[in-house]
Design a protein around this ligand. Structure first.
Ligand SMILES: Nc1ncnc2c1ncn2[C@@H]1O[C@H](COP(=O)(O)OP(=O)(O)O)[C@@H](O)[C@H]1O
Ligand SMILES: O=C(CO)[C@@H](O)[C@H](O)COP(=O)(O)O
Length: 497
């Protein structure tokens, strides 16, 4: 009964699960917080990973480990493998102008967007790594001069777990490579010409692995600071295939692909993940190329594709509403559920961090429909939940317009713990909503990948989460109709904002 570990290095925290490779049974887990902010020193992720591994009882007895992580973040390394500057995260919008430049340079407008969609499956927005590289080249030339290699958060952590053995040992996987803007999911090849176009010169990038290919081996010495359980020989998995040097390292994945893998999404399932980001995605057999830029044509963690719509404003909209109302998240849910569907016409457009889909990096949030009747905490709480879900429902429509089959929605992410989100989602989406038991589905997807690696075989082990809740579709179209009236009416950030 070998054990395997999965890591989710997400925006707000690092989570580690240790599971039985054959059955998927959870054996132990740990977590640690990440710092706030849209630029973060990767050393903070490494330190959180060590703390989370320690809290999860170490990795000395696991046969394989895979790391999933927030997508797109730009981690730049110099020739010696040192981090050049703090990583710019997916939700850092400073490269919005760079995204616009890259589209303009490819012909501008529809032609420019079409060029990028055809080349790499997605139209650049500020989230994508290519735009961050352009920003770096233009705004920090001294730092840019020092960069020898660029990789993503999960690539860097996997490499650190292997003992940081030289830039040539950097590895990534298809799903995360597909969010860079310089790798094509359709051809499975890097577009070095586009990397060069973005940054001005060619850089070393990680080799892209297939779904169950090993990225190397865990160097047990690198976790020496992470607690006694992690300092052992690292090959102690009974029946496992870990080599004497340490557990096998999986290719890892972008967090959304890992969540899809973790919940076992199939044709007809659309996964809606409500964490720091809101994402709406499905598993597909062919690559997407949406020139409108709404649907990103990513790859998945199984060798297939993952058309995806992402919003910048998701769980933190509820955090902000709870803060405004000075209540906890459970009380916010109670308040929201005490108001009627549609909140009597109160609408929140939740662009608190600007927005990525639709592409409005400078937008701010707004509240519409205030009357004496709707000026209550319950109405505001309901409007916050509905507004956030309406933005995701727009994404669901876009995915369906690109050919996704939608039979049900699988709801995951931190905010799926909210009773209000679970109950209001079927009203807003108009589809049955399935909520797996609260868990860490990104880390679980990574663990399942590690199990695939440890056990071998052409198919991954099938792990089925028990205790799934199902909510019937009860569409209330008026909620989205009212939101659609308000959506275009918002202010941009003040110049110094
Ligand atoms: N019961 C709850 N109700 C609403 N939001 C919740 C609840 N529990 C956790 N969250 C929110 O979930 C978010 C974290 O979710 P998670 O999926 O771990 O995010 P990420 O993967 O982006 O780090 C936080 O913003 C947190 O406030
Ligand atoms: O940018 C995207 C997807 O394109 C985000 O989904 C990030 O991958 C961050 O995810 P979370 O930390 O919110 O899970």
């Amino acid at each position: 009964m070998p054990l395997v570990a999965g890591v989710d290095s997400s925006t707000q925290s690092c989570k580690v699960v240790v599971r039985d490779a054959e059955t998927g049974t959870l054996v132990r887990q740990g977590r640690a917080a990440h710092p706030d902010g849209t630029e973060v020193d990767p050393a903070a992720w490494w330190s959180a990973l060590q703390t989370a591994v320690d809290a999860a009882g170490g990795l000395a007895d696991v046969a394989a480990v895979s790391v999933a992580g927030q997508q797109h973040g730009m981690v730049c390394l110099d020739e010696a493998g040192q981090v050049v500057r703090p990583a710019l995260l997916w939700n850092d919008t400073r490269s919005a102008d760079a995204a616009a430049q890259l589209i303009e340079e490819a012909g501008g407008g529809e032609a420019g967007r079409r060029f990028w969609a055809d080349a790499v499956g997605s139209v650049p927005v500020a989230s994508f790594t290519a735009t961050k590289l352009r920003w770096l080249a233009r705004h920090e030339p001294a730092n840019a001069d020092r960069v020898a290699a660029v990789c993503l958060p999960h690539d860097w952590l996997t490499w650190r777990l292997a003992g940081a053995p030289g830039l040539e040992a950097l590895r990534t996987d298809r799903s995360d490579a597909s969010g860079t803007g310089y790798w094509s999911p359709a051809t499975g090849e890097y577009r070095f010409d586009l990397l060069e176009r973005a940054f001005g010169r060619r850089l070393r990038v990680p080799a892209v692995l297939g779904p169950a290919e090993a990225a190397g081996q865990l160097d047990p010495a690198v976790l020496a600071g992470a607690g006694t359980a992690a300092t052992g020989p690292g090959a102690a998995a009974p029946g496992g295939v870990a080599a004497p040097g340490g557990a096998l390292l999986g290719p890892g994945a972008g967090d959304n692909a890992a969540a899809g893998f973790g919940v076992g999404a199939r044709l007809g399932d659309v996964v809606v993940s409500i964490g720091t980001s809101g994402t709406v995605f499905s598993v597909a057999d062919s690559p997407a190329a949406d020139p409108s830029g709404i649907v990103a044509g990513f790859a998945d963690a199984t060798g297939r594709f993952l058309p995806l719509v992402a919003t910048l404003n998701a769980a933190r909209v509820l955090d902000a509403a709870a803060g405004l109302l000075r209540v906890g998240l459970d009380e916010l849910a109670d308040l929201a559920l005490s108001a009627s569907p549609g909140a009597d016409g109160l609408v929140m457009v939740p662009y608190l961090e600007g927005e990525r889909t639709p592409n409005r990096p400078d937008a701010t949030g707004s509240v519409h429909g205030l009357t004496l009747r709707t000026s209550t905490p319950a109405h505001l709480a309901r409007a916050a939940v509905e507004g956030m879900l309406c933005a995701l429902a727009d994404g669901l429509d876009a995915l369906a317009a690109q050919g996704a089959v939608v039979r049900r929605v699988i709801l995951v992410g931190g905010a799926a713990r909210s009773a209000a989100v679970r109950r209001i989602a079927p009203q807003v989406f108009g589809y049955p909503v399935v909520v797996p038991p609260p868990g860490e589905y990104v880390a679980d997807g990574a663990a399942r990948q590690a199990a695939w690696l440890a056990l071998g075989g052409s198919e991954p082990p099938s792990w089925t989460p028990a205790g799934t809740e199902e909510y019937a579709a009860v569409p209330v179209p008026a909620i989205r109709e009212r939101y659609a009236q308000a959506r275009e009416r918002h202010l941009d950030r003040p110049a110094q904002g």
